[in-house]
Design a protein around this ligand. Structure first.
Ligand code: SAM
Length: 329
């Protein structure tokens, strides 16, 4: 098991498949992009497969989410999903994507064994999409969402980061759009994980503000029927249900005490928290000929020293060196 000294057990593995992205969301990356990882540093599909197998068979991982960067940029994504689906015990498999390319890939991914998908969508207005993501790709994202639902990926979840004076006025419209199509929307508070270090607490749209914006149009009731467990989103029934909306209030209502996540970066480093300042190098062990058991021991040691909280609200908080896109969101 992947246990830490505060009694938490990590069972949910987030795997970043690449640090590259085809969007430039302003809260994530600078317009010119970043210094991408050199190709030889990035784990091959087989290396990802071996580490995921060790996680599942030796360390109690039950859920695997592939992310990035943009995971759909990996040409071998379908075969990585198929290899993961072939594991015994079979983990739950999900992908977090910006949706570009999903129109073509949703059905093959589903066939390969993908169970669930989260698609990021911050706006329904093409001109705001251009301003926020610096690319003109809104139609691709909306087509990707529709293809995911048509392929039987259920529930289709939508992730939205609200930015003040950019897309905060769209909270109601985004929820209505999702309700009409059966997608489950989750608002994510903006976190200090952007490469530019431009996050300002006073400027972020908080969970309380999100509730106020939504309450103008919908009634929201705590979702008593669904236990939150280790899920980052607090969910609410919309207009009596069964439709739901979620809010991930990582900054104003941290949920570190229930965290069950561990992260593997595209270059094979284990991070026990998004905000960790240290990593454990599994790629060196893997390429140096370590056995499965030796890799598992290194992985256990990395999780054992997980801190009790992310510390965003401490006066001494320091943003980690790697931005969200290079860790895997
Ligand atoms: N490219 C994929 C996507 O767009 O979903 C996966 C990676 S992206 C880093 C994962 C999620 O992190 C997206 O929903 C994105 O909006 C969110 N994200 C990126 N930077 C963030 C930040 N500073 N605070 C909160 N969420 C952020």
């Amino acid at each position: 098991m992947l246990a830490d000294s505060y009694g938490r057990i990590a069972t949910d593995l987030r795997v970043s498949l690449t640090d590259r992205c085809n969007l430039r969301c302003t809260y994530c990356m600078p317009p010119e992009g970043l210094q991408w990882l050199p190709k030889p540093d990035v784990l091959s599909g087989d290396e990802v497969g071996r580490l995921v197998r060790i996680g599942v068979q030796l360390l109690g991982i039950r859920e695997v989410r592939f992310t990035g960067g943009e995971p759909l940029l990996r040409r071998d994504l379908v075969s990585i999903i198929a290899a993961t689906a072939g594991l015994s015990p079979r983990p739950e498999i999900s992908v977090t994507t910006n949706g570009i390319g999903l129109a073509r890939l949703a059905a093959p991914l589903r066939e390969a064994g993908l169970d669930r998908i989260n698609v990021s969508l911050d706006t329904l207005r093409p001109e705001v999409f251009r301003k926020l993501a610096l690319r003109d790709r809104l139609p691709d994202v909306l087509e990707g969402l529709a293809a995911a639902a048509a392929a039987g990926l259920s529930p289709v979840k939508v992730n939205t980061v609200l930015m003040r004076d950019v897309n905060d006025v769209e909270a109601v419209a985004l929820l209505r759009y999702c309700l009409e199509r059966g997608y489950e929307l989750r608002f994510i508070e903006q976190m200090p994980l952007d490469a530019q270090h431009g996050w300002k607490r006073a400027e972020m749209v908080t969970a309380d503000e999100i509730f106020r914006l939504l309450a103008a149009e919908f009634s929201l009731a705590p979702d008593a029927g669904r236990s939150r467990g280790a899920a980052p989103a607090e969910t609410f029934l919309v207009n009596g249900g069964p439709a739901r909306v979620g809010v991930i209030a990582s900054v104003t209502r941290p949920f570190c005490g229930a965290c069950d996540r561990v992260r593997l970066t595209a270059d094979g480093q284990i991070r026990n928290c998004l905000f960790a300042h240290s990593e454990s190098d599994l790629r060196a062990a893997l390429r140096g000929g370590a056995s499965d058991e030796e890799i598992a021991a290194r992985w256990r040691a990395a999780v054992a020293v997980k801190l009790p909280g992310h510390g965003i609200n401490d006066p001494t908080f320091l943003q980690p060196d790697r931005p969200m896109s290079a860790i895997g969101g």
